[in-house]
Design a protein around this ligand. Structure first.
Ligand SMILES: C[S@@+](CC[C@H](N)C(=O)[O-])C[C@H]1O[C@@H](n2cnc3c(N)ncnc32)[C@H](O)[C@@H]1O
Length: 231
């Protein structure tokens, strides 16, 4: 989906995008039943917003059942972690690009920090979570796309910061390398903020991103590291 298209994109109402894909799971049947149950829960209106709404935890749990490898976590990022990431973002007239926005914990922290919703673009590959994000943040641009298509999405756009919750460790190495190459091309000299539950060396330092600092957030489940790089 190109820039102009996603600017005018509306939340898809396709029921099929809500279907579960648990065929490859050993416990497929159990997962299917749990998924159906959670799917029902997901349609409960917790808030009287007039829109179909569900809690971030339920939305994220549904996603784990659909696609555990891509979800890359066992629950949404906590407030302390999200705030720590948002604090590191540099914002000017350009865009703050959020990768793997999930249920929007970091999006919320970026807004709380005072970044204008029009300057935030949330990229999320899951149709289910992209819909959730659109309902939760109607003024933020939400792009349901794979982050490996960043160049097509952001060609010629000024980017101030890239804030990423992508599960880099569990992405296929080719895809990971491709995403990093594109980030380097699109936002050279700018900031990349990445959180990780992985305590080993970062792929990003090995790939030439300059580590500015790291912060460990113990007040998160599980504890996580926020790494700030110059691209
Ligand atoms: C750790 S979770 C996001 C946590 C998020 N901060 C939250 O609180 O919900 C990682 C997210 O990255 C998304 N993701 C994984 N691979 C992706 C890709 N190639 N392109 C875009 N999003 C991707 C997953 O769907 C998932 O929502």
């Amino acid at each position: 989906m190109m820039w102009k298209e996603f600017q005018s994109a509306k939340a898809p109402r396709n029921k099929h995008s809500e279907e579960l894909s648990v065929k490859n799971c050993g416990l497929a049947e159990l997962a299917h039943i749990s998924g159906q149950l959670l799917s029902k829960l997901g349609n409960v209106e917790f808030l009287k917003t007039g829109k179909a709404a569900c809690s971030p935890v339920v939305a994220f749990t549904q996603e784990i059942i659909r696609s555990p490898r891509q979800a890359g976590a066992i629950c949404p990022s906590g407030t302390a972690l999200s705030d720590a990431m948002a604090r590191e973002a540099v914002a000017g007239d350009g865009l703050v690009v959020e990768l793997g926005a999930g249920t929007g914990a970091v999006t919320k922290a970026l807004l709380k920090r005072g970044i204008a919703p029009e300057n935030i673009v949330a990229v999320e590959q899951s149709a289910h979570l992209a819909n959730f994000l659109r309902n939760r943040f109607p003024r933020v641009k939400v792009v349901q796309e794979d982050a490996s298509r960043l160049s097509e999405l952001f060609y010629g756009k000024a980017i101030d910061s890239v804030v990423s919750s992508l599960p880099l460790v569990s992405l296929p190495p080719d895809m990971r390398e491709s995403i990093m190459r594109q980030i380097r091309r699109l936002a050279a000299g700018k900031r990349l903020i990445q959180f990780t539950y992985f305590w080993g060396d970062s792929y990003l330092t090995e790939s030439g991103f300059k580590l500015l600092h790291t912060k460990t957030v113990f007040k998160n489940f599980p504890p996580a590291r926020v790494m700030t790089f110059e691209i």
